[in-house]
Ligand binder design. Structure first.
Ligand code: FA5
Ligand code: MG
Length: 435
């Protein structure tokens, strides 16, 4: 096709990621900024807060029960990322507006669950943890970034291998082996929507409940461990008590499903999703005798709590004033201290309003243009207003862009320049008409 996508500036014939070369096609929509981040692998970089967070979480899940995988390639097939997990063909997550595609059947994984099917098939251990970089076209604000890191965990029990074939007793025993914690948990058992989160026909209610309890307790222990470090790091200063809650969630590959939220900066911050794995995935992997739970954690979100890092853009900073604050911590967690922001630079917001042309536009397309042109000097982008002209039927949208560098004070001239370039690019790529 000769048609150029509105979503990217250039479309090379082939691209190379981690030494492997891929043919692109008209699905290709990976911006050069995102492409350049595929080599960073913050979860493997010693003394980086994402790596330190990974290390602490791994320490909560005993080895060798949980085998650790940290080197899976970010390029996966649509089958691995979506089909193998039971995503329906029309699931919005598959859209080009949400996912970075290399070609129609190859993409940058949007979650670590892309490796589930393979590990259910191949893993010799009853549990595993995978940490990796993941990619999503998403909104722009202080807790979302198009590249971030997840840790996926899973734990299986094989009906045919537990003592006396007694699954219930086996899970109960494992539950008793988990250490206790004394953390306050709001809504430990949120109610379930019977259609969205049904009990699976393959499981008895008691089995599913016990697996869910083992899952939630394991994750509460993880958060508890994080907060033990937060408290130690804060020293004598009194820390706010930790507040967490379980909420019902929906994923195509688990039922029932939950999300864990933590109270942070006066909001509930979602830190992970989890649930009892859909039996079909285990059946497809040739291990139909197993029952399993799985979770996926946003490592940056946990690192933000752990180090009091106020903005997700900071993780990508190569500034010594950022990286220098974590030096030596990987080897000695007693050195862990809350992050001290370098001076807070002034913010400056500007609005952009436009009429939408022939082409429908998705909010993530606007976000991507802003990120591409302005990089990390934008703190957030918010839809301010939208309306449809009563006579012409044309649709107008207005966005507020909040400019603030984490590293320096932007001059007026610079901010104006960014805003102008970004505005021109909106017109060029999305065919909008500036008002
Ligand atoms: C998932 O990605 C599921 N794969 C998690 C899962 C695994 C559920 C196994 C069940 C079983 P979700 O899209 O909610 O779920 O993302 C998981 C976590 O990633 C979120 O809770 C959040 O902490 C983090 N996250 C999501 N989007 C972003 C983003 N743009 N920037 C930073 N962190 C993000
Ligand atoms: Mg979620």
């Amino acid at each position: 096709s000769t048609e150029t996508s509105p979503l990217t500036t250039s479309k090379p014939e082939t691209i190379t990621i981690n030494n492997k070369t891929y043919q692109t096609d008209n699905w290709f929509n990976v911006s050069s900024t995102v492409l350049s981040l595929t080599s960073r692998k913050l979860h493997l970089q010693k003394d980086h807060p994402v790596q330190i967070t990974r290390q602490i979480i791994e320490s909560v899940f005993p080895n060798p029960t949980y085998k650790i995988y940290n080197e899976f390639d970010p390029v996966v097939s649509t089958h691995e990322n979506f089909d193998s997990l039971g995503f329906p063909p029309d699931h919005p997550g598959r859209a080009k507006t949400d996912t970075y595609y290399i070609n129609s059947s190859t993409l940058l994984r949007t979650h670590t669950s892309a490796h589930e099917a393979q590990l259910f098939r191949d893993s010799a251990s009853p549990g595993y943890l995978i940490s990796a970089d993941v990619y999503r076209r998403d909104e722009v604000d202080r807790s979302h970034y198009p590249v971030f890191h997840q840790m996926e965990g899973a734990r299986v029990w094989d009906r045919t291998k537990v003592p006396n074939g007694d699954l219930i007793s086996a899970i109960k025993k494992d539950l008793e082996l988990l250490p206790k914690h004394y953390m306050q948990v709001e809504d430990p058992n949120p109610p379930f929507h019977e259609e969205r989160n049904p009990l699976q026909s393959h499981h008895t209610a008691e089995e599913a409940t016990l697996v869910g309890q083992h899952l939630k307790r394991s994750l509460e222990l993880m958060v508890n461990e994080i907060f033990t470090h937060v408290k130690k790091a804060a020293g004598a200063e009194s820390e706010e008590p930790l507040k967490v809650r379980w909420v019902e969630a929906y994923f195509p590959f688990t039922s029932p499903s939950w999300e864990l939220e933590v109270w942070y900066q006066n909001e509930w911050l979602e830190v992970l999703g989890c649930g009892v794995s859909q039996q079909q995935i285990l059946i497809d992997a040739g291990v139909s005798n197993q029952i399993c739970w799985a979770f996926g954690i946003g490592l940056e979100r946990i690192a933000m709590l752990l180090f009091r890092i106020p903005d997700i853009r900071l993780f990508w900073s190569q500034d010594e004033r950022f990286l220098g604050q974590f030096r030596g911590v990987s080897d000695d967690l007693r050195k862990l201290k809350p992050f001290v922001p370098f001076s807070i630079h002034p913010a400056c917001w500007k609005d952009v309003a436009f009429w939408i042309g022939e082409q429908e536009i998705h909010e993530n397309d606007v976000m991507e243009v802003v990120r591409d042109v302005c990089g990390d000097v934008v703190e957030d982008v918010k839809l301010k207003d939208q309306f449809t002209h009563p006579k012409t039927g044309r649709k107008s949208m207005a966005y507020r862009i909040n400019y603030r560098s984490l590293e320096r004070t932007l001059t007026n001239r610079e901010t104006n320049r960014f805003h102008e370039d970004m505005t021109n690019e909106l017109t060029r790529r999305l065919g909008v008409e500036i008002r």
